[in-house]
Ligand binder design. Sequence first.
Ligand SMILES: Nc1ncnc2c1ncn2[C@@H]1O[C@H](COP(=O)(O)OP(=O)(O)OP(=O)(O)O)[C@@H](O)[C@H]1O
Ligand SMILES: [Mg+2]
Length: 494
Amino acid sequence: MPHLPPAPEPLDLPLPWNNRFAGLGEAFYAPLQPTPLPAPYWVGTSASAARWAGLDANHLDSPEVLQALTGNRLLQGSEPLASVYSGHQFGQWAGQLGDGRAILLGELNGLEVQLKGAGLTPFSRMGDGRAVLRSSIREFLASEAMYGLGIPTSRALCVTGSDAPVRRETVETAAVVTRLAPSFIRFGHFEHFCHHGMPGELKILADFVIDHYYPDCRTDARWNGNPYVALLAAVTERTAHMVAHWQAVGFCHGVMNTDNMSILGLTIDYGPFQFMDAYDPAHICNHSDTGGRYAFYKQPNVAYWNLFCLGQAMMPLIDEQEHAIAALETFKDIYPRAFAGRMAAKLGFSEVQVAHKPVIEGILKLLAADKVDFSIFWRRLSHWVRDEASAGDSVRDLFLDRAGFDTWLLSYSELLAHIPQAMAADLMLKSNPKYVLRNHLGEQAIQAARQKDFSMVADLLKVLETPYDEHIEFDAWAGFPPDWAAHISISCSS
Ligand SMILES: Nc1ncnc2c1ncn2[C@@H]1O[C@H](COP(=O)(O)OP(=O)(O)OP(=O)(O)O)[C@@H](O)[C@H]1O
Ligand SMILES: [Mg+2]
């Protein structure tokens, strides 16, 4: 008999749990309890995420809730489970994966509550079911940073830590991230039931997703009235918008496997992600990605490839292959338009016009050639448009190719002349964040947290929740990365 940990004590905290995913039946998951961790402590909490889930901010001060969200106490009414999914990883069919370390507690206020790092599940394969403090702080801050940027994402309610050792390249300590999303269903859930020849379950899953998250698909008259093609088209649209957001802010996901693609078009699984410092379209943020499959510039194509996997998985529900292809093809129109719209806004234009395109392409080329810091460039340009005189040469100085920049600025200024400058500047300051979660900032917060100083996690959260605001006291965090930032190695190890 394997040694089982003692069953956690139930906690009498009246919360309105709803367990809709559990209602799908046991082909979809394994019911189980989290595995306790000793002596947990709060590492970071998001009051804003708590409000979203309908929780009182004082829940996040409570020692009982700390225990429950670390997996040490059960919550009355929740039906914890680990779901099964499969997927393509780095372009190859990877077979069955599943929640190997994430445990769904149920839903609060329409949001699924998931503990990431809460112990072994039947899907843990070779893993230990745990997550380390380092990657948990990164996921917590990144989720809330993306939300602050207005990018569709899962959110994070809190990170709790424990001194329990966890072995990675070195021995680190354990942590649990409590994540929130309307659903954590992935493309890989669909692939699982298609690949394993379970069309009945595939249909149950698709109907569940449509009824709860995409009800309009039932009445969509396009696609021969087939709600599953409508679903594929709707997921395509949301995914295209999500990736357009990523590209416009310089976000590199790092592991765009189909099991990390949300059926709701949310950014999920913050592993080896990076907000780029210097702009380099070929940037690979994941040191384990030796082939560069998930390089920054490839992200839109990878999203499209992943959508094809989803389409293939949905074929048993779709009558005509041409309809599926037509639904997927919409990506080729939606993505470029969404991206151009976001880039135009970064330049101060509320609508894209044909004349904007060469200006967008031109600046991206110059930024790439000189590897200019992406966020600093856009923020300085916004200030320059707002207040040309006092901003001086601060933008031009970022480039080695000054002549090239001057030529570009001339064509940009000609376009700007057609719109009120104050309005353009206003839009730019709301489209170009002052703060992004750069690797070195996350790293500093992690180093301090390892010494049990969680103040930088809290301060970073505050700044990243409203990244377009000035927060003058944190100006240094909007500056260039230090030299050592280039040597931070982020891999799949988490
Ligand atoms: N330490 C671990 N223990 C058990 N399973 C793990 C562990 N790390 C990763 N896995 C599993 O390996 C697969 C791929 O991992 P990946 O890094 O994409 O996901 P993840 O970071 O664990 O979680 P998520 O996608 O839920 O954010 C998933 O099935 C995941 O649950
Ligand atoms: Mg994952």
